[in-house]
Ligand binder design. Structure first.
Ligand code: SAM
Length: 291
């Protein structure tokens, strides 16, 4: 391993050793130039590279001129079996690299069980940090990022999705979500319904690629934008809910009455009142039934 001293102190780096370890390596989310020199070095020196898709990682390796000693597919189905082999290799003093199709492994990608198995066996885990779509989108959003919540993909349907949306409606931290182009329109519409049409958000699309764009606006504006059927990879960054102000029952009841008078179902009326006034949907529901 090439010796590169710590930027501030000049001391040897953590993780820079020839000891056996599982090395979690972040790879580009679109732009090959984002692969770090350390990542290349670990890939070149690894006894085994564990990846989601051998063809995709094979392509990455050929682009950077690295011939892997071994390449093994590790996905949700094969992770348990691979863990035993990886633990043995690390115990024998080898470096095993874990990558995913793009970005940081384990973040909405396979690998967690592999990392846990190596930790459990008492061996070293080293991380070579790099691209993650969530952090890139957050950094470009312009929203508060000292505290934030990463939501990954929302559940696709049902009560689980609705309950997650209701949590987002009240969440005061900036929230980061992954979404596919096929479902982005439905997700933005659900966010507008639950969080209020005026809540601001950013859609970060095709980050680090030729057609990278940040689409900024209220959820209502983004719903309108999504009618153009956007393509590519997408992250949604949702601004946090405003500070909760004490809202009286009368105010909620007035909002419910107005929503019902406009023909909304009781369920939608409760959702709208909750989103508009920043109160829980359960409280709005209870008031609806008390009336
Ligand atoms: N491990 C990856 C990471 O570190 O970001 C995430 C993998 S997850 C299976 C894939 C999702 O990440 C995509 O559906 C999209 O939401 C987001 N994503 C990945 N690359 C992206 C990019 N270049 N631009 C925008 N979003 C991206």
């Amino acid at each position: 391993m090439t010796e590169v001293p710590d930027l501030a102190t000049g001391a040897p780096q953590t993780g820079e050793s020839d000891a056996g370890a599982l090395v979690v390596v972040a790879t580009p989310i679109g732009n090959l130039a984002d692969l770090s020199p350390r990542a290349t070095e670990e890939l070149a020196g690894a006894e085994l590279v564990c990846c989601e898709d051998t063809r995709r990682t094979g392509l990455l390796l050929s682009r950077i001129g690295v011939r892997a000693r071994g390449l093994r597919r590790v996905d949700a189905h094969t992770e348990a079996a691979a863990s035993a082999e990886v633990v043995d290799l690390v115990a024998a003093g080898h470096r095993v690299v874990l990558v995913s199709d793009s970005g940081t492994p384990v973040v909405c990608d396979p690998g967690r069980r592999l990392v846990a198995a190596v930790v459990q066996a008492g061996h070293g885990v080293v991380v070579v940090p790099g691209p993650t779509a969530a952090i890139a989108a957050l950094a470009g959003s312009g929203f508060a990022a000292d505290r934030f919540a990463f939501e990954g993909f929302l559940p696709r349907r049902g009560r689980e999705r609705e309950s997650r949306l209701q949590q987002l409606a009240l969440e005061q931290r900036t929230c980061v979500l992954y979404e596919s182009p096929k479902r982005i329109a439905a997700t933005l519409a659900d966010l507008a319904r639950c969080c209020g049409a005026e809540r601001r958000a950013v859609v970060a699309r095709e980050l680090t690629k030729l057609h990278e764009e940040f689409v900024r606006g209220s959820l209502a504006e983004l719903v309108a934008w999504s009618a153009s059927e956007p393509k590519g990879e997408i992250v949604v960054v949702l601004e946090g809910a405003p500070d909760a102000v004490e809202v009286g029952d009368e105010e909620i009841v007035a909002e419910l009455s107005s929503a019902l008078a406009q023909g909304l179902s009781p369920r939608d009326a409760a959702s709208r009142a909750a989103a508009e006034l920043g109160v829980s949907r359960r409280r709005a529901y209870e008031l609806l039934h008390r009336e």
